[in-house]
Ligand binder design. Structure first.
Ligand code: ADP
Length: 591
């Protein structure tokens, strides 16, 4: 997806047939325009100049009507094809965007604002419409019709032809100058719209929090500021459009005036041309200029569209190109034997002198060389903000280290395809995403294959969800997530566990709840996790003393640095910061 107009040229090649029909129709249109002028000039000449009876020109008038009808039909046809081209292009662009998002690697899917993505997929793609429905048809028309008109005018009266030929370039020249400015402004408009959508989505999502903290008003002002920004960007485009139209009208009027003046002088003073010729040219001249004028307007909207299309392309490149950590998905990856198939599970995980920063000059994470053994139960501990979650994300392959390597049984993690890796791993976060759907559907997404109801229920009961399902009126068919029944923090984690039970992962990454769960829920979670962890390597961001004390190995993070590792009793002796943390926890009664 590279090159500046790759999306457009892609669409052009897909819609070659329609472009060819557009060209043929435009050719027909140019013949119809000239034919109409010739027939009208003939009719006026015969009726008003030669004084012929109306009855003698009936055939001529009939032909004129027929040509006018054909011209209307051809114009209509051009419009229809333009609209069809736009509809197809928009459908293709949206589906390409969607495919791109679906196949994007997880790190690139995480990047960016959801609001911005939605605004690009909906609004920017809509804006692309006029490129195909107006800009392209007008461009094809302007490359044919004026040429034929000029040929006819030159054969009739070369002076007029010269005037038309010399004045015409001013219009495209002006259009290009204005269009270039518009395109930049249009990109600016989309940046503003994306910001506006992002702010709006943020405010809607966090409405409750904002209200609780009395910040709703401030957020309202923020939305107002960002919508004003969008308004200003739109207005500045409109300003260019209005000035543009005014200038074009002036150029066209002046040009027609010059041709008419010259014709009048030739006809009345020098008497060097006939009325028929002068009239025919006068009929053709407005057609000629109005075509350029329409193209001018189409050019303006076309450039606006190109700005929007550029945004769509950028988003595709962003979600497409910078795949991090794991190998990009390739067609057929799943069919062949993967490298992961050859690896003994559960895996050992090696951290080889990892360094990672989110942004330059910000928090830095570094680790020495350390190995988490096969089937081990490891706890990552440290103060809040010390980098525990970041380390877990690096191990999960959600982030890529700036230097150093993550090794799976000694192999670089980057060798494995994303889907293969995630098939063997479960990451149970504190707030798993609950999709709008039934409880059963939410559990079933734990695995890529089709699962039976019995399997879902077994996984749910292993995760301690069976009691909840029994209480619900519609059991496993109860709607949860957006628009459905809400789930408590503990229930959400049990749902995540049920997903993991369906998958039976070889590597479990677990973000232990920071807030204390009730004893009952905690026991259920602990029991389920113990079952799940049999035959798997498990890495937990741990907060509970129980988890920490029972871990085979503890990784202690301090301000981004993995300062020590070992069992609980070893670290108590060797690492004063660790002993201090445990002491604080005991005093706080968190055990
Ligand atoms: P912990 O899990 O130990 O509380 P984290 O790994 O979440 O700590 O965060 C470590 C540091 O990285 C913090 O200073 C945090 O502000 C920063 N951080 C976390 N996520 C991001 C992010 N997406 N972009 C920039 N900085 C981040």
């Amino acid at each position: 997806m590279k090159g500046k107009t790759s999306l457009i040229s892609q669409q052009m090649s897909v819609q070659r047939n329609r472009l060819a029909i557009l060209a043929i129709l435009s050719l027909g249109l140019s013949v119809a325009i000239v034919g109409q002028a010739v027939l009208l000039a003939d009719a006026v000449q015969r009726i008003f100049v030669q004084g012929e009876a109306l009855s003698s020109v009936v055939a001529l008038l009939g032909a004129l009507l027929a040509v006018m009808a054909v011209r209307s039909l051809l114009s209509y046809g051009n419009g229809r094809i333009g609209l069809n081209m736009a509809a197809t292009a928009k459908r293709n662009m949206r589906s390409a965007l969607l495919q791109n998002m679906i196949h994007a690697s997880i790190p690139s899917a995480i990047r960016g604002q959801a609001g911005e993505k939605v605004s690009i997929a909906l609004d920017a793609v809509d804006e692309a419409d006029s490129y195909f429905s107006q800009y392209m048809p007008r461009m094809i028309e302007v490359s044919m019709i004026p040429v034929l008109i000029l040929i006819v005018v030159f054969t009739q009266h070369a002076n007029s032809g010269f005037i038309m030929l010399c004045t015409a370039p001013f219009i495209p020249l002006f259009m290009i100058l204005a269009g270039l400015k518009t395109k930049n402004k249009s990109e600016e408009k989309y940046a503003q719209l994306a910001e506006f959508s992002g702010t709006f989505l943020n405010a809607v999502r966090g409405l409750v929090t904002l209200k609780i903290f009395g910040q709703a008003r401030r957020q309202q002002q923020e939305i107002e500021r960002s919508s004003m920004g969008y308004r200003d960007a739109t207005m500045s485009i409109l300003r260019i459009a209005f000035t543009n139209t005014f200038m074009l009208e002036t150029i066209v009027m002046l040009s027609i005036g010059i041709v008419a003046l010259e014709l009048a002088i030739q006809l009345l003073i020098y008497k060097s041309i006939t009325f028929h010729t002068a009239f025919l040219i006068l009929l053709l001249v407005p057609e000629y200029y109005s075509l350029f004028k329409n193209t001018g307007t189409a050019f303006h909207t076309g450039r606006t569209s190109m700005g929007a299309i550029r945004k769509v392309e950028q988003m595709m490149v962003e979600t497409d190109g910078k795949s991090q950590g794991l190998k990009e998905e390739q067609e057929g990856t799943r069919s062949g034997e993967s490298r992961l198939d050859t690896i003994v599970m559960p895996p050992s995980i090696g951290l080889d002198h990892i360094r990672f920063r989110y942004l330059p000059d910000s928090f830095e994470l570094c680790t020495p060389s350390i190995t988490i053994g096969q089937g081990q139960n490891v706890a990552i501990v440290g103060k809040s903000g010390s980098g525990k979650t970041t380390l877990l994300h690096l191990i999960a392959g959600l982030l890529r280290p700036d230097s150093g390597e993550i090794l799976v049984n000694g192999n670089l993690i980057s060798q494995f395809a994303e889907s293969e890796w995630f098939e063997r791993m479960s990451y149970i976060t504190q707030h798993p995403y609950i999709f709008a759907g039934t409880l059963a559907e939410n559990i079933a997404i734990g695995t890529g294959r089709d699962v039976s109801r019995a399997e879902i229920e077994r996984a749910a009961s292993e995760a301690g969800l069976a009691d909840l399902a029994a209480q619900l009126e519609h059991g496993y068919d109860t709607l949860v997530g957006e628009g459905g029944r809400g789930l408590s923090g503990g229930e959400q984690q049990r749902l995540a566990l049920a997903r993991a039970f369906l998958k039976r992962p070889s590597l479990i990454l677990f973000d232990e709840p920071t807030v204390g769960l009730d004893l009952y829920t905690e026991r259920i979670l602990q029991k389920s996790l113990n079952t799940l962890a049999q035959g798997a390597t498990m890495i937990t961001v741990a907060h509970r003393l129980y988890t920490i004390q029972h871990a085979d190995n503890i990784l202690f993070m301090d301000n981004g640095v993995l300062v020590g590792s070992g069992r609980h009793d070893e670290l108590l002796k060797t690492l004063p910061q660790y002993a201090e943390m445990i002491q604080v926890q005991r005093e706080g009664g968190l055990a």
